[in-house]
Design a protein around this ligand. Structure first.
Ligand code: 6PG
Length: 242
């Protein structure tokens, strides 16, 4: 389903509410919520709203475990770190036990050892994975034409990015497919043509990796949705919000 919002603020509010509701349902069913965070800029407003809505809910956060879908190979205090952004926008604001925060130590020199350790604690089927999408169609740190798109039998892999920081650790397509729920957050006009490539009938994951999440939940602002909102063949998959 493609949810289209008039403003980024409304998109963020809806996303925060959906995450919180999904988490409470998971905790009710299995006494824990495995939540995989996205990087980049778009999720920041979502994390801030989630923090303000749930900051007093000690039980929720005591049973929520957070992971990352990808991380840049930089120290955790680097301005480009996805961990740093999520800490400032969300995790510093809520009563989540430190032991529930599972950072990807992407700056580690022994990448393979670090990936094996991370895969050993990462849930086989996370309850919710947040993703973003770049204007080139990448998602997580799976870039067009990347060999990582063909990798099977692994949940995480080191990749090279077309943009700085060059090296990243990312979920593989297999790991994304194993998620119980996936929400893709897309804002900004420069992604409007990319969304056409995601949702058009013909197309390849190699050219547009975000097609991996094509049939999942998309939260898109009106600027990014300006082309797809007019496509007849998507009419039944689109829901407009204020
Ligand atoms: C990353 C993200 C990446 C991001 C997209 C969109 O580590 O950069 O995981 O996949 O979601 O590049 O980024 P913006 O939200 O900043 O447009």
């Amino acid at each position: 389903m493609i949810h289209i919002f008039n403003t980024y603020d409304n998109l963020s509010g809806y996303a925060a509410e959906t995450i919180y509701t999904t988490g409470k349902k998971a905790i009710q069913q299995q006494d824990t919520f495995h939540f995989v965070l996205s990087g980049g800029n778009t999720p920041q407003g979502v994390y801030e709203k989630l923090a303000s809505e749930s900051r007093t809910d000690r039980e929720f956060w005591s049973k929520t475990h957070v992971y990352w879908g990808d991380e840049r190979c930089v120290p955790p205090d680097d301005p480009q770190s996805n961990y740093r952004m999520a800490n400032r926008a969300l995790l510093f604001q809520v009563p989540i036990p430190f032991a529930n925060i599972h950072r990807i130590e992407a700056e580690h020199s022994d990448t393979q050892k670090m990936i094996e350790e991370y895969e050993s604690l990462f849930p086989k089927s996370p309850d919710l994975v947040l993703l973003g999408m770049g204007a080139d169609g990448h998602t997580a740190s799976l870039f067009p034409g990347s060999p990582a798109l063909e990798r099977t039998g692994q949940s995480f892999i080191k990749t090279e990015a077309a943009v700085e920081p060059k090296y990243r650790i990312t979920m593989t397509p297999e790991a994304i497919r194993n998620a119980k729920e996936v929400i893709v957050l897309v804002s900004c006009k420069d992604k409007s043509e990319t969304l056409v490539r995601v949702f058009q009938k013909e197309g390849s994951v190699s050219k547009t990796p975000a097609r991996l999440a094509r049939d999942r939940t998309w939260l898109v602002d009106i600027k990014a949705a300006e082309i797809i909102s007019g496509l007849d063949y998507l009419e039944k998959e689109i829901r407009f919000h204020k």
